[in-house]
Design a protein around this ligand. Structure first.
Ligand SMILES: NC(=O)c1ccc[n+]([C@@H]2O[C@H](COP(=O)([O-])OP(=O)(O)OC[C@H]3O[C@@H](n4cnc5c(N)ncnc54)[C@H](OP(=O)(O)O)[C@@H]3O)[C@@H](O)[C@H]2O)c1
Length: 245
């Protein structure tokens, strides 16, 4: 019997790599995001992927996805991202609301909608894609740091509340990952500023590196819960300690 994995934010970066990887591991993958054309291309290329138009900020959209599922064994709450690097004193409230809505409430909407299916499966895995920004604060991190801390807390609370149920709660917290769009979105489309983030860093993580870690976490035996996996490139010893050449 094939298991079903739902991956949000599967139209680019870590989500797309995770959809590919879980399909290769033998899952039926439901790949959700707003940009349907990109999902259709992914599904045409990789057998076992079903594209679904999904906006995690819309309850209606999340409900539609939930209603389309026969089963759900794995949920990867990956959709998210950062907007801006302004100090808190100069922050735009709308940016913070947007980051909270996508990263935190988006994960909450998916969790509420699919948790019954995960439990029903008898061995469900809910994976929360947070960030080292959810563990350590940094200047300019503002709303993103706050949102990722909230997601990380949600994972901890869920693990406590669901103790005794057949569902594992896993948090994967990556450091610097060079994806095509994350920094571009953070810098509102300024590609020079986005490129500067990774400048001189020998081998930041790739989306495939994180997908590999996610695949490992969700394919452990049912009794093994990886509470939190922190993954950084070798060049990033800590948030403020990045080796550049
Ligand atoms: N890159 C890094 O350095 C890094 C480090 C640590 C953690 N992370 C986290 O990893 C996750 C993926 O990041 P990434 O680097 O792969 O970024 P990315 O390439 O920008 O991908 C973000 C994905 O989220 C989707 N998304 C955004 N808003 C959405 C919405 N309202 N509904 C549904 N999907 C939505 C996007 O698809 P559409 O636009 O098509 O909807 C896209 O597929 C995020 O949660 C991010 O915070 C990234």
């Amino acid at each position: 019997m094939r298991k079903t994995a739902v991956v949000t934010g599967a139209s680019s970066g870590i989500g797309a790599a995770t959809a590919r990887r879980l399909a290769a591991e033998g899952f039926d993958v439901v790949a959700g995001a707003r940009r349907r054309d990109r999902l259709d291309d992914l599904a045409a290329e990789v057998p076992g992927i079903r594209p679904v138009t999904l906006d995690v900020t819309s309850q209606e959209s999340v409900d539609e996805l939930a209603a389309s599922l026969d089963r759900c064994d794995v949920l990867v709450n990956n959709a998210g991202g950062a907007i801006g690097l302004e100090p808190v004193a100069g922050a735009d409230v709308a940016d913070w609301q947007r980051m909270y809505d996508v990263n935190v409430l988006g994960s909450l909407r998916l969790t509420r909608a699919l948790l019954p299916r995960l439990i029903e499966s008898g061995d469900g895995v809910l994976l929360m894609l947070t960030s080292v920004a959810g563990l350590v604060s940094y200047e300019g991190g503002g709303g993103y740091v706050a949102a990722k801390h909230a997601q990380s807390s949600m994972a901890e609370v869920l693990r406590l509340e669901l103790c005794g149920e057949p569902v594992r709660i896993v948090e994967v917290a990556p450091g610097m990952v060079h994806t095509e769009e994350f920094s571009l979105n953070r810098f509102r489309g300024d590609s020079a500023a986005a490129g500067h983030v990774y400048q001189g860093v020998p081998d930041p993580l790739s989306a495939d590196d994180v997908a590999d870690a996610i695949a490992w976490c969700v394919t452990r035996p049912a009794h093994v819960n990886i509470d939190r996996l922190v993954i950084r490139p070798r060049a990033q010893a800590a948030q403020h300690k990045v080796h550049r050449v």
